[in-house]
Design a protein around this ligand. Structure first.
Ligand code: ZN
Ligand code: ZN
Length: 129
């Protein structure tokens, strides 16, 4: 059990105006961010991060691929802007708006969604449409 003793800590993903004062355990009964489950010192989670996250600009600059289609620096798609079924797709080409993999390859969204659907069906889960 880790106990946060510092006067303030920052959710690495920028929730709650990004700085939390007081003892996180006293406030929430836990050391985790109630929004994304991150603990102090965790790395940025690209599927939960917000624009308030400290260092997110550096993270994007360090991680973004170059789009294969237009050879442009990919644009990061914020988690709250992602469409249903595309929650794990993080990058988009700034020119042709194609969705991109972590390597900058173009994603065929139709095929991607179909694959998700098949995987979900296989797992016996229902797909939200
Ligand atoms: Zn958080
Ligand atoms: Zn492109």
């Amino acid at each position: 059990m880790s106990r946060v003793q510092s006067e303030s800590w920052t959710c690495p993903n920028g929730h709650f105006g990004n700085v939390m004062h007081g003892d996180a355990e006293d406030i929430w009964g836990d050391t985790e961010c109630p929004e994304c489950g991150a603990e102090p010192g965790d790395p940025i989670n690209p599927d939960a991060v917000t624009g308030d996250a400290p260092g997110v600009d550096d993270w994007i600059a360090d991680h973004r691929p170059v789009s294969e289609c237009c050879e442009a620096d990919a644009t990061f798609v914020w988690p709250d802007e992602r469409e249903a079924g595309l929650e794990k797709i993080r990058w988009q080409c700034p020119h042709c708006t194609a969705y991109l993999t972590e390597d900058g390859e173009t994603i065929n969204v139709q095929a991607y969604l179909l694959k998700q659907e098949l995987a979900a069906a296989k797992a016996g889960k229902r797909v939200a449409s």
